[in-house]
Design a protein around this ligand. Sequence first.
Ligand code: AMP
Ligand code: MG
Length: 412
Amino acid sequence: MAALPQQPTILSFEEARHLVEEHARRVCPTGAEAVDLHSAMARVLALPVTADRDLPPFRRAMRDGYAVRAADLAQLPATLEVIGEIKAGTLPEDIPSEVKPGQAVAIMTGAPAPAGADAVVMVEYTKPQGNRVSITRGINAGDNIVPIGSEARRGDILLEAGTRLDYSAIAALASVGKQHSVPVFRRPRVAILSTGDEIVEVNEAPGPTQIRNSNSYSLAAQVRQAGGEPQLVGIARDEVSSLQTLIAQGLQSDLLLLTGGVSMGKYDLVERVLEEFGAEFLFTGAQIQPGKPIVFGRAKGKYFFGLPGNPVSTMVTFELFAKPLLQALEGATPGPLTFLHAKLKSEIKTKTGLKRFLPGLLSGEFEHAQVELARWHGSGDVAATARANCYIVIPSDRERIAAGEWVAVMLR
Ligand code: AMP
Ligand code: MG
């Protein structure tokens, strides 16, 4: 059997994360496909989307009111002759050909402003008097009219390739008529391989010392949420041949996630077997808790992560390290980790040396957001983590954080 990876490299959290991001910047997406608008949410755009016409295509009124010449309102109140009405969608031939000095046109939000008018006075500042209107407030030329093409010119790029489509991007796609064939990158196939002699499948009756496989399912959910397509390759026994078979299978996918078997135990064989596949180890640990034994590397042209088997370690290390690589395989420009800040409800005492991501409970709104540690029994405590709603981030140089201090919180 091959020896352990020659030099274990344990990085700080920041170094490890940057290394993953560096590799993520270099990976190529795994292909593209076309989907319809309803299926495009959260997918990643594979080609830029351009405007098929000027946006807006006409001078659009932004308010209900009167289209006027601003200069006519120099003296207030001003009384103007109303020469017509323009609703949204009014055809060009039904629009007065020009608003002349001393004239106004009643106009509705979304309607095309007539020639001659350079502003729209809101209806709130007007009083109709027969076929005239009295206006009590002045206005600047250009107010409440959006010029043709001011949002985009025909052919301008509205959405760049690599954009993760959210609901506002869906609106942009709809606005240029992209009902079918939205070009998106294919979802990367992510193999998920659990390891451990004590692990049994969810549908099996566990013996007294056996544990149901929860990691394959939490990971599948995280993979799906991040935009990948999970492929469960089963549970490997803590023995070389079983690991060999399933790792070989897992390396067929675009990315391989293993859980368990990366600690210091006698039967933690994952790294050794990966070495037999010619693995290059980029790091073999990070100064974090939970999740310190996290392994990142490459074998047979595929990236893999060896995630520690404790269920919360598996969840946290996926979020911190595997996710940016998965997103890059999906063609997305990986985003930074984002934190919000909340006031700590009760004191935290810990040890220095590791950056900690501990399950927390965030409550309160706006400037009253506060957070406290979930009561848990360590990184195997799935139930406590399920009751939590965030992770409290504790810097590696802090031993004590007092109640009332601001702490960083990572949402999930
Ligand atoms: P390991 O990283 O293999 O040393 O496992 C650490 C802990 O996580 C042990 O208590 C395992 O029983 C548990 N564990 C490992 N894999 C899984 C899994 N797939 N589902 C649930 N628990 C697991
Ligand atoms: Mg194990």
